[in-house]
Design a protein around this ligand. Structure first.
Ligand code: HEC
Ligand code: HEC
Ligand code: HEC
Ligand code: HEC
Ligand code: HEC
Ligand code: HEC
Ligand code: HEC
Ligand code: HEC
Length: 328
């Protein structure tokens, strides 16, 4: 069997297993399960129906679901399938009716035209379909949980359904060379393209993914907050999925990424602009030299200082998958 076929048959196998598993559970926040099952209506009589308003009055439901009651009442029936799934019908699942800059400006921050639109050549708006690709089964309880809120893509080891240890594993389920997801295939654009090498380089070489920092180098030092030497840095600490103006989806404000940064800094937010490979405003949001040397006291342009080479192209020495120098 070709690799593609293997991945496809594995996918189908897992799909059929999960339909079976859903059969046994009902809609319940406690179980992190909002998607309707073929039992809908008690005897299945309501399964396959797309028009929710035919049987449910929105003013009478969600009496216990305080976090979402008001917004559902306000926005109306177009929201139902977003949380409860298609109910076996062809009704579309809408997300941005609620998750837009007006109603929910920070969950998630969506400012900026560059989004993870699954296309490196175009800057497309993030369609509801894209949201569902990454968040198939979110329970929207106000807490981000890896196992519930991120789509579980099939593992590379057939038959083993290992939970994600971090969101990095979610990204690497697609960004790899030989076990990509059907429908989301990508090809290397050049030698050692991060699009496909990261599964390898992030686990074996990149300093943020294979962390062995000692905090004893020349430019050592990290800002206050949760980041420590020896910690894994997640892809979404630096890359925004939902919106930024920077190329390559580099975050353009600290509250789009950098989840462990002290709230006093993260929520300012620190603004980040990338200019011709000068990533100093990104790096300085987490890094800050303990002992100032070289350009360490030079403002990177966003009010912060503490990295070397400010104003130059960092990519000569810091890119994904680079073993020489000190890498990324
Ligand atoms: C033909 C009538 C009918 C339609 C149409 C219908 N439902 Fe239901 N639904 C029911 C009945 C009956 C129940 C079970 C009794 C109850 O809890 O109200 C139910 C229960 C539910 C539940 C509780 C969980 C469960 O499985 O028991 C949810 C959530 C739900 N419906 C959502 C929806 C959504 C979303 C739609 C539109 C896609 C929809 N319903 C369309 C009749 C319907
Ligand atoms: C933002 C997510 C969200 C949206 C949108 C949403 N629901 Fe719900 N729904 C929930 C949650 C959470 C529960 C509570 C589950 C539990 O009991 O733990 C729930 C429960 C229900 C129930 C069962 C019991 C109850 O609370 O009344 C019904 C019926 C239901 N929803 C129908 C609908 C319909 C119809 C719509 C569209 C008007 C809708 N829901 C939109 C999240 C949502
Ligand atoms: C490529 C995958 C991907 C796509 C597409 C995507 N997301 Fe996300 N989303 C993530 C990841 C990973 C996280 C957790 C890390 C983070 O917050 O960036 C997340 C976090 C979130 C959060 C929680 C953020 C917070 O700060 O509480 C919400 C809400 C959300 N996404 C909604 C959406 C909506 C709505 C869409 C479509 C407009 C969407 N996402 C598209 C991957 C994605
Ligand atoms: C009725 C409006 C509404 C719709 C429609 C809606 N959401 Fe949400 N969503 C919410 C609310 C409210 C929260 C909780 C925000 C909070 O308390 O921080 C939330 C939270 C989330 C989270 C963060 C994780 C969590 O469990 O809180 C994600 C991810 C998310 N939604 C994705 C989606 C996706 C994907 C869709 C479309 C399939 C969607 N939402 C449709 C209202 C909505
Ligand atoms: C479902 C598969 C899938 C998942 C999951 C996924 N990606 Fe992607 N990603 C893609 C595809 C497809 C492209 C576009 C490739 C192309 O155009 O050749 C892409 C493109 C990118 C790009 C380049 C964007 C640009 O415009 O230059 C970055 C950066 C990226 N992804 C990071 C991430 C991160 C970080 C995560 C995890 C939070 C992630 N991706 C999760 C499939 C995925
Ligand atoms: C989200 C916070 C964050 C951002 C942004 C960030 N880093 Fe880091 N960086 C860390 C953490 C945490 C470590 C420690 C990981 C380890 O032990 O290897 C680290 C480690 C490093 C190391 C290895 C240090 C050692 O002692 O071995 C280098 C080099 C580095 N980062 C360069 C960069 C560059 C260049 C940028 C900007 C392009 C950057 N970092 C952006 C948090 C960050
Ligand atoms: C410390 C910050 C940082 C972390 C963490 C990080 N990246 Fe990157 N990433 C960058 C920078 C900076 C670039 C641009 C380098 C360049 O211009 O060559 C980049 C480039 C990329 C690209 C190429 C985009 C394009 O269009 O050419 C992809 C894809 C990518 N990263 C995915 C990921 C994934 C997946 C992860 C996690 C496994 C990750 N990154 C973790 C900073 C980071
Ligand atoms: C000529 C190569 C080169 C260039 C260009 C370069 N760096 Fe570095 N960088 C290094 C080396 C080498 C180290 C590790 C020094 C050591 O081992 O003591 C390093 C380390 C770092 C660290 C890690 C500090 C720590 O925690 O140990 C950061 C942050 C950093 N560089 C940021 C940048 C930024 C921002 C730029 C661009 C504005 C840049 N570098 C450009 C070679 C370079």
């Amino acid at each position: 069997m070709s690799n593609k076929l293997k991945v496809l048959s594995l996918f189908l196998m897992l799909m059929s297993q999960s339909v079976f598993a859903l059969d046994l559970i009902d809609v319940s926040l406690e179980k992190g399960q909002l998607l309707l099952t073929p039992k809908h209506g008690g005897d299945g009589s309501a399964w396959g129906k797309g028009k929710c308003s035919a049987c449910h009055f929105k003013s009478r439901i969600h009496t216990e679901a305080h976090g979402i009651r008001d917004i559902v009442n306000d926005v109306g029936y177009s929201t139902c399938t977003g949380c409860h799934g298609q109910n076996g019908s062809d009704a579309v699942r809408q997300c941005t009716v609620c998750h837009n800059e007006q109603r929910m400006p920070t969950t998630p921050v969506q400012i900026g035209a560059e989004k993870h639109d699954f296309n490196t050549n175009k800057s497309l708006p993030l369609a509801d379909e894209a949201c569902v690709t990454c968040h198939q089964n979110s329970d929207m309880d106000g807490q981000f949980e890896l196992g519930i809120d991120l789509t579980k893509f099939p593992d590379r080891i057939p038959g083993l359904n290992i939970p994600y240890k971090s969101s990095v594993e979610f990204c690497l389920a697609c960004h790899n060379e030989n076990h990509q997801q059907p429908g989301f295939e990508m090809k290397a654009r050049f030698n050692r393209d991060p699009l496909v090498i990261l599964d390898d380089s992030y686990n074996k070489m990149d300093v943020h993914g294979y962390p062995r920092g000692t905090g004893k180098r020349t430019y050592t030092g990290l800002n206050d907050g949760g980041y420590r030497y020896g910690d894994l840095v997640e892809c979404t600490d630096c890359h925004s999925m939902h919106g930024t103006h920077n190329p390559k989806l580099i975050v353009d404000r600290s509250n789009e990424g950098m989840i462990k940064l002290a709230p006093a800094i993260r929520d300012l937010p620190v603004l980040i602009h990338v200019n011709q490979g000068d990533y100093s405003q990104l790096c300085v949001t987490c890094h800050s030299m303990d002992v100032i040397v070289e350009q360490g006291n030079q403002d990177t342009g966003n009010g912060l200082f503490g990295v070397h080479q400010v104003g130059t192209d960092c990519r000569q020495c810091h890119v994904h998958g680079l073993a020489s120098q000190t890498g990324l």
